[in-house]
Design a protein around this ligand. Structure first.
Ligand code: FES
Length: 81
């Protein structure tokens, strides 16, 4: 896997091309991706695309970060808490 950089909430982080986005985010220190309707932190849970707890926006589209491979040019956005 080659090392690339992607943009996360306006900042550049390093990631391995092809690894799952949630892994790259965790390694960069991002552990919470959004809030529930009750205001609880949400993040990686099932890790296999079933629970939808890991949703983030990539280039304007909502994706499950645990099953989304990292690619060059990604711009990731989510609500940091
Ligand atoms: S962690 Fe469950 S869908 Fe991603």
């Amino acid at each position: 896997m080659s090392t690339i950089s992607i943009k996360v909430n306006g900042k550049r982080i390093e990631a391995k091309e092809g690894e799952m986005l949630a892994v790259a985010l965790f390694r960069a220190g991002y552990k919470k991706f959004r809030k529930s309707v009750n205001g609880e932190d949400r993040s990686l849970f099932c890790g296999m695309g079933v629970c939808f707890e890991c949703l983030v926006n990539v280039n304007g589209k909502t994706v499950r970060s645990c099953i989304t491979p990292v690619k060059e040019g990604m711009e990731v956005e989510f609500e940091e808490s």
